[in-house]
Write a protein that binds this ligand. Structure first.
Ligand code: HEM
Length: 140
């Protein structure tokens, strides 16, 4: 039963993290393409999406650590798994940095730096692909 609950929350968090990447990325690219900066309301939506992404990653880590220990007795599973959690660690760090940057910018009534937002969105997209390939190979 514990395993089922942990897996369920691992998968639920994947849906949320993916939704944030796709939805947030789409909003940002539409604004960037039309050379506009998101207004306050859309800025709020992006901020909430950022928090949701971070919360999902934290849930992925908590459930992932518990699953690894319960099923495999630790993190020495295989190379693909090591690559998967390394990429997941970078995702977590990026999400923390972006959330802190967005929080500080909105506190100072400034819009977040375009370069930081673009770099983090692009790398997060790449990293999630690495994590998913890693998971597919590690547990095949
Ligand atoms: C962005 C973060 C993550 C994503 C997108 C992700 C994705 C996935 C996916 C798709 C699976 C299913 C694979 C399968 O059953 O064939 C899975 C399973 C698993 N994940 Fe993650 N994961 C993430 C983070 C983590 C972390 C940080 C850990 C450990 C520290 C972890 C540990 C595990 C374990 C142990 C399983 C296998 C459970 C089993 O054998 O059924 N995951 N993950």
């Amino acid at each position: 039963m514990t395993l089922i609950v942990l897996k369920f929350f691992h998968y639920l968090a994947i849906i949320f993290a993916g939704g944030v990447l796709v939805g947030g990325g789409l909003i940002q690219s539409v604004f960037a393409r039309s050379n506009q900066v998101p207004d306050k309301t859309i800025g709020k939506v992006l901020k909430i999406l950022g928090y949701l992404g971070l919360a999902s990653l934290i849930i992925l880590w908590i459930t992932g650590i518990l699953l690894s220990n319960l099923i495999y007795g630790g993190f020495s599973i295989n190379t693909a798994f090591t690559i998967k959690i390394t990429a997941a660690a970078f995702l977590l760090i990026i999400s923390f940095i972006v959330n802190i940057h967005v929080y500080n910018s909105s506190k100072n009534n400034q819009s977040p730096k375009k370069s930081i937002m673009k770099f983090s969105t692009m790398s997060a997209r790449g990293l999630i692909i690495v994590v998913l390939f890693g998971a597919a190979i590690a547990f095949s």
